[in-house]
Design a protein. Structure first.
Length: 300
DNA sequence: TCCCAGGAGCGCT
DNA sequence: AGCGCTCATGGG
C-alpha cells in the first residue's frame, strides 16, 4: 500500500558561480512554454531518446543538480545523454571568471551582472528546435512566436502525461520534413517560414546539416558561414543558434531588437543605438559577446 | 489605424 | 558588398 517507488537519481556537479535560481527565473518567464514545466523550483522535462520518451525532474542542492526519473529506469546511455543535455542547457562547462572580470570593468554590464550573478546562458541543446525557434521568432513579436511554437508542438510533438500535466517533445525531424507549407500555414506560419523549417528538417535528415557538421568547422567565422549558407538562416539566426545550441561565447546577434532595446534602456537613450555604437560598445565584450547579450536580455 | 516585432532573401547597383 | 524592397501577421 502506497509503496514508495525507488527513484533512479543522478547528480551533476555545478560550478561555484552557478545560480540555479537565476536560471529558473529565466525559464519561468515565458507563459506559453510547453517544452518544459517549472513546478516548485523543479524543472520537468521530456526527451525522446532511443525511441523512448524519458521524463526527468531537475532540482538543485548546493553544488549539485539532482535529476530524478519518475517513470522509467534509464539506461546508462540515456543517463549520459541527459547529463550532456543538462550540461548544455545550463552551460555548466563554461568558466565565467573572465567574463565577470570583463563585466566588472564595463559600465553597462557591471550593474546587470551584479543583479543576476550566477545566471548562465540557458540554451536550447536540441539543434533542430533551436533553429526552428529562431526562425519562428524572426521579425514577429515574442508573444506571437510562442503561440506559433505552441501550436507546432501541440499538433506535431509527441507527449506524455504525468501527474495531470502533459509534457511534449519538439516535433521530430521526420514529421516536420514530411509536412507541407499548407500544413504550417494552418498554424499561421508564413509560407516563407514554413519553407525554411521544413527545408531544414529535410537537410538534417539528409545528413547535410547537424551540430557535428557545424562543430567540425574550425573557426567561429566558418561555423557562422556554414550556417548562413542555409536558406532561412541569416546572420541573426546563425548567431542565435551558435549562442543557444552550441555554447559559443563569441556568438553575437548584433542586429537583435531585444539587445537594442536593452542598450537603449541601460544607456538612457531616446532611440535605439546605431550599428556604429553597437560595434563600439561590443569591443569591450570581445570573447564574451554571447554572455553580454544574454545578460542584457535579462535586464529587460 | 499605425508602427513595430528577438530577420531573411532577392534583385539591382 | 551594400542598399532597398517584399514578405506576413499579431500586439500594443
Amino acid at each position: 500500500m502506497n509503496e514508495k517507488v525507488q527513484l533512479s537519481q543522478l547528480s551533476i556537479p555545478t560550478p561555484q558561480d552557478f545560480s540555479f535560481a537565476e536560471c529558473l527565473k529565466h525559464l519561468m518567464k515565458p507563459e506559453q512554454e510547453w517544452l518544459y514545466r517549472v513546478i516548485d523550483n523543479s524543472i520537468y522535462k521530456l526527451l525522446k531518446m532511443d525511441d523512448e520518451l524519458i521524463l526527468f525532474i531537475i532540482e538543485w542542492q548546493p553544488g549539485n543538480i539532482i535529476v530524478k526519473f519518475p517513470l522509467t529506469q534509464p539506461s546508462t546511455i540515456q543517463v549520459k545523454k541527459v547529463t550532456t543535455f543538462i550540461s548544455e542547457w545550463f552551460d555548466l562547462e563554461k568558466d565565467l571568471r573572465d567574463f565577470y572580470e570583463l563585466a566588472n570593468n564595463d559600465p553597462i554590464l557591471r550593474p546587470i551582472v551584479q543583479s543576476y550573478y550566477g545566471l548562465r546562458i540557458v540554451g536550447i541543446p536540441h539543434f533542430f528546435e533551436a533553429i526552428s525557434w529562431a526562425i519562428i521568432g524572426q521579425q514577429i513579436n515574442l508573444t506571437f512566436a510562442y503561440t506559433l511554437k505552441k501550436r507546432l508542438v501541440e499538433k506535431y510533438g509527441e507527449s506524455l502525461e504525468y501527474e495531470g500535466n502533459k509534457y511534449y517533445v519538439f516535433p521530430s525531424l521526420e514529421i516536420v520534413a514530411s509536412l507541407t507549407v499548407e500544413d504550417l500555414k494552418l498554424l499561421q506560419f508564413s509560407a516563407r517560414k514554413a519553407e525554411y523549417i521544413i527545408g531544414i528538417a529535410q537537410l538534417i535528415l539528409q545528413g547535410k546539416l547537424s551540430k557535428d557538421l557545424v562543430l567540425k568547422q574550425k573557426t567561429f567565422e566558418q561555423k557562422h558561414l556554414f550556417l548562413t549558407s542555409i536558406r532561412g538562416i541569416g546572420p541573426w539566426t546563425a548567431d542565435y543558434v551558435l549562442m543557444k545550441s552550441l555554447q559559443e561565447p563569441t556568438a553575437f546577434p548584433i542586429s537583435d531588437v531585444g539587445l537594442h532595446n536593452a542598450l537603449k534602456k541601460q544607456l538612457n537613450l531616446d532611440r535605439k543605438p546605431t550599428m556604429a555604437e553597437l560595434k563600439e560598445l561590443a569591443m569591450n565584450w570581445e570573447g564574451w559577446q554571447a554572455y553580454a547579450t544574454f545578460y542584457l536580455w535579462r535586464s529587460l
